[in-house]
Write a protein that binds this ligand. Structure first.
Ligand code: BGC
Length: 499
């Protein structure tokens, strides 16, 4: 080989080495960045851990807080609100009743016909309407005018052609799913808004009166026969069909639970007599807090940036309004720490852009190569061409968020049952093991449980983890479809027949 040839060969070798070194460096950098993405997820996973020991601590904390909230107003973050519901519908109710069910983003109007003497619900009709976003921060008058007009139009459609006594006053069950201090079965004052609502001039007012005034302004002759929380409506419907129903849980945009308490345990309302010896208590468990809850830096940041800081802590960890947002925050951190989402991840910086139904869809994607996850990332967040490895990481984040929420929901449910001695464990601990523990049915409603099968599975699995296989069989979570509204109409029927 001549000198020139040698020079060329050496040159080629040098270039090849340089390219190889650059490739190795690039690969090493990419591994490093991938490692950082994985570390973000692992850190999050660790922070969200809910081993059974921790769940049992949450169970106990829930029961303890319930006692404290029943002992005095302000004694606990759990408000434990009296509902004045001391009798649940039993099937003897008769006639036509309406309900207006105001939850979060939607309002439902419905009409039921009851046949009395155990004939149950003869028929019912439900319509769902979207609440315009701007109304959630408008004025009391605008808001109540909108919902009473929606109801009026529904009543007119329903009664068109039906032989009704003209102008006869109709009875309404009003489901108002926010914390209310009840003054009676049919009236109560709004304590505060939750779930992003901010119609300030309603706080402190009797919401039944606001609605009745709006109905009369709009020419609707209707009377609020029962004002109930959505959990209470759900309990009423659950109990209507199954007398072992002792509690109800809502797990949707917001979350809450109610249950039947003995009157003598309502310490803060000393001497309150009820017909049945018991009363339904609206726990407002969305505001529950305990040091045992697994809180991460993402939860802290979400709370800090929320309009209701330090409030609704449990709700911010487990309900539909927040799960997608928690996942979004973790994905955004991954995007900041690594390049696994490419250049186009800036959409992930927009708060609340990842809604929980989308998170659930990604979590439950069973298409080959997570095609659905890829489609959602591309169409909803303008993040095309995300690798399979990165898509798998996205699914893992959704799984962690949802699993923690479902397991904490289960712990809350068992805590509530423990307080009333219906968890089965209390029987074992006190030696009352003769006979089978009582069957306890918890009526449950709303999308997170009804439409999200992974969430449902994780909840049921955690109940078994906490109680053990045998005792868990006595705790039945039963969906009470449309319970919040139908139950309110049933309660309007129960209480109007008592007047
Ligand atoms: C409200 C509760 C309601 C729950 C479920 C919470 O934000 O404070 O009153 O029951 O959401 O809708």
């Amino acid at each position: 080989m001549g000198r020139v040839g040698l020079g060329v060969a050496v040159g080629c070798a040098v270039v090849t080495c340089a390219i190889a070194a650059a490739l190795v460096r690039r690969r090493a950098r990419s591994w490093l960045r991938w490692g950082r993405a994985v570390a973000v997820v692992e850190g999050f996973e660790e922070g969200c851990a809910t081993p059974v020991g921790r769940l049992r601590q949450v169970v106990d904390a829930m029961a303890v807080e319930m006692y404290a909230g029943l002992a005095s107003d302000g004694g606990s973050k759990l408000k434990m609100l009296l509902t004045f519901v001391d009798t649940l519908p039993d099937g003897d109710e008769d006639g036509i009743y309406y309900a207006l069910d105001l939850g979060a983003t939607t309002c439902r109007v419905l009409r039921i016909q009851l046949g009395g003497r155990g004939s149950k619900i003869i028929n019912h009709k439900v319509e769902q309407h979207q609440i315009p976003q701007e109304l959630t921060s408008s004025t009391s008058e605008e808001f109540f005018d909108f919902i009473s007009l929606t109801l009026k139009e529904f009543v007119e459609r329903e009664e068109n052609g039906i032989n009704q006594v003209p102008d006869e006053r109709k009875e309404l069950g009003f489901t108002f799913s926010f914390p209310v201090r009840q003054l009676s079965i049919s009236s109560g004052v709004l304590i505060k808004w939750t779930k992003g609502f901010a119609i300030e001039d309603v706080v402190g007012k009797d919401v039944s009166q606001c609605l009745e005034e709006a109905m009369s302004r709009n020419g609707l002759n209707m009377h609020v026969g029962a004002l109930v929380n959505d959990t209470v409506g759900t309990l009423a419907l659950g109990h209507y069909y199954d007398k072992d129903t002792v509690a109800a849980v809502i797990i949707g945009t917001g979350t809450n639970a109610c249950y039947v308490e003995r009157s003598d345990a309502l310490i803060k309302s000393q001497g309150l007599l009820t017909n049945s010896g018991g009363m339904v208590v609206n726990m407002e468990w969305g505001n529950f807090w305990s040091a045992h809850l697994p809180k991460t830096s993402y939860d802290i940041a979400l709370d800090d940036e929320s309009p209701n800081r330090n409030e609704q802590g449990f709700e911010k960890m487990i309900s539909g309004m927040y799960l997608g947002e928690i996942a979004r925050r973790v994905l955004h951190r991954i995007a900041e720490e690594s390049d696994i989402f490419g250049e186009s991840a800036y959409h992930l910086s927009v708060p609340f852009i990842l809604r929980t139904p989308l998170m659930a869809a990604m979590h439950e994607d069973d298409s080959p190569h997570l095609r659905e996850v890829g489609r959602i990332l591309e169409e909803q967040f303008q993040m095309p061409g995300i690798s399979l490895k990165a898509r798998m990481l996205v699914v893992r984040v959704c799984d962690v968020v949802s699993r923690r929420a479902a397991r904490l929901t289960a712990a809350g449910i068992i805590g509530m049952l423990k307080k009333i001695g219906r968890d089965g464990i209390s029987d074992v601990a006190s030696g009352r093991t003769k006979g089978k523990p009582k069957r306890s049915v918890v009526a449950i409603e709303r999308g997170l449980y009804t439409n999200y099968s992974m969430f449902r599975e994780y909840t049921n699995e955690a109940i078994t983890d906490i109680l053990g296989e045998e005792l868990a069989q006595n705790v039945v979570l039963r969906v009470a479809e449309d319970g919040s509204g139908i139950g309110a109409a049933l309660l309007a029927a129960t209480y109007s027949s008592k007047r």
